[in-house]
Design a binder for this molecule. Structure first.
Ligand code: KIV
Ligand code: ZN
Length: 524
């Protein structure tokens, strides 16, 4: 349990800088995509929760990324806003330009240092890489005195060469040195030794912040990050819900709550107020289309659920019997029966606030109308129903394609067909289409209105709550030309949820393709 006395005894050497890269590494997750307005919402929540550094994107990657970093730089109040760049002048200048409006900015420049990456990816000799370290950090320092340098694939790098690169980066003016486990290969003991070795051997390592950036390919990202901190690292790079390339990054909620809950053995502290964790997790899941695994630590639907009789009995006597932290500490309230069709706007607004949502006027009106429709159809509306409904609203707000109406003919008689009306950037179009079942017919009709060649690698239906009147939570993933996007929607009508989820994925594909325009990323 959190020891408040210990909190008051906080000491600056034990402060861990939380560097969130949900909007950069997290957005690189296959299938995840966020629009500009979604990224701004996420940045606002990260800023509010006390994240020290927000990595807002990779400005050279595309015009969309550049714009996102610049717009985030304009709105963030307290966090440092960071932009990623490779070790080239063009990248660094673009990052410097995008970050210009920020109150506090950081340029994060990286280059690979492992023999494998240098030989095959960069096709550079180690001497040239070392030279590039000095040049890139020196260039970045022209824009800001807050410069982070990363040794990509550091955990598979020769130690002497890693020491030389880190020393060169420090000499050139880097203030944070990041040691990524890019491929999620290391184990806690080894990573501990690596960080310790750098602190012991590299001149100047004591004057900079060493940072962890651990991927989760072996499920060790959080354990490795915490081992790095025990060895002397003072920044953790992480993402909400552990999003990120392949198996993802260290999950912010896990590293923060790990240190908060076990401050006896991990005597470190962060600026993050954990009470915002649930809200941030739900928002990121809604806008990225990535559901959170039910048994995910801290933010999974079952993380605080007690099913067995023995556990429930223990909890009733004293909740510490089976709970090492309270759901309230991460902003989760007990699931409850909410309101019925007679509940008014004010009660609905208060309930949303309770669940961690504050919607703009239009989104609120739409959500309220949908709540009323839902309460008409469904006797009992639970928190989970409202969360699904609002997540749907958040992800469809400002989207170019919207569902206007849907009629489906299904059943044993056949032929199954669907009539779909879509609003595509303000213009309504209707098409009727047949298919191999009602879902196929709906997707065919959507494809007639918005022609595209995307494949459907995933179509999944789950129930939001119990009962035959439960909402169906549908997830759809589309894939075309190497781009993937996921859409998710809930409705008491499985066909409506399917149509909306498909449209959500299509909107995501459009955002991904727009983002890729002008992008031509090579190794360096
Ligand atoms: O995993 C990695 O090495 C990265 C770097 C760009 C920091 O994401
Ligand atoms: Zn990474």
């Amino acid at each position: 349990m959190t020891d408040t006395n210990q909190k008051t005894r906080r000491n600056s050497q034990d402060k861990i800088v939380i560097f969130d890269t949900t909007l950069r590494d997290g957005e690189q997750s296959p299938g995840a995509s966020m629009t500009l307005s979604e990224k701004l919402q996420v940045a606002e929540v990260l800023d509010e929760m006390g994240v020290d550094v927000i990595e807002a994107g990779f400005p050279i990657a595309s015009n969309g990324d550049f714009e996102a970093v610049m717009e985030i730089a304009k709105i963030v109040k307290n966090s440092v806003v960071c932009g990623l760049s490779r070790a080239s002048n063009k990248d660094i200048d673009r990052a410097g330009e995008a970050l210009a409006p920020a109150k506090q900015s950081r340029i994060h420049t990286f280059i690979s240092t492992s023999p494998l990456h240098m030989k095959y990816k960069l096709q550079m000799e180690p001497e040239a890489v070392l030279e590039a370290v000095t040049q890139s950090v020196t260039r970045a320092r022209k824009y800001t005195d807050n410069v982070e340098w990363s040794a990509e694939d550091a955990t598979r790098t020769d130690h002497d060469f890693l020491c030389s690169c880190v020393e060169a980066a420090i000499k050139a003016g880097a203030t944070t040195i990041n040691i990524p486990d890019t491929v999620g290969y290391t184990v806690p003991e080894e990573y501990y030794e690596l960080i310790k070795m750098l602190i012991d051997k590299v001149p100047g390592a004591d004057d900079v912040i060493l940072s962890t950036h651990c991927h989760n390919d072996l499920g060790l990202a959080v354990a490795n990050s915490l081992a790095g901190v025990r060895a002397g690292a003072r920044q953790i790079e992480c993402t909400i819900n552990g999003m990120g390339e392949r198996a993802g990054n260290a999950a912010l909620e896990e590293v923060v709550m790990g240190m908060d809950t076990r401050s006896d053995v991990l005597p470190f502290w962060t600026n993050v107020d954990p009470v915002h964790i649930t809200k941030a997790s739900r928002l990121v899941s809604a806008v990225s289309g990535f559901p959170v695994q039910y048994n995910k630590a801290i933010v999974g639907q079952n993380a605080f659920a007690h099913e067995s009789g023995i556990h429930q009995d223990g909890m009733l006597k004293n909740n510490q019997t089976y709970e090492i932290m309270t759901p309230e500490s991460v902003g989760l309230r007990a699931s409850s029966l909410v309101m019925g069709k007679h509940s008014g706007r004010h009660a609905f607004k208060e309930k949303l606030k309770d669940l961690g949502y504050e919607l703009g006027d239009n989104a609120f009106q739409e959500a309220f109308q949908r709540f009323k429709d839902l309460a008409d159809k469904k006797k009992q509306v639970f928190d989970e129903d409202l969360i699904a409904l609002v997540d749907d609203e958040v992800s469809s707000e400002n989207a170019p394609i919207k569902l206007v109406s849907l009629t489906v003919y299904a059943g044993t008689g056949g032929p199954q067909k669907a009539t779909v009306t879509l609003d595509v950037e303000g213009e309504e179009t209707t098409r009727e289409s047949g298919g191999d079942g009602p879902v196929d017919a709906i997707f065919n009709a959507i494809r007639d209105i918005v022609p595209h060649e995307a494949r459907l690698p995933l179509y999944q239906v789950m129930a939001v709550t119990e009962g035959t009147d439960a909402q169906a939570d549908v997830m759809v993933r589309l894939e075309q030309d190497g781009f993937t996007a996921t859409g998710r929607s809930a409705d008491t009508d499985t066909m409506v949820a399917s149509a909306k989820a498909y449209i959500g994925a299509l909107n995501g594909m459009i955002a991904r393709q727009e983002k890729a325009v002008g992008s031509n990323l090579s190794a360096i």
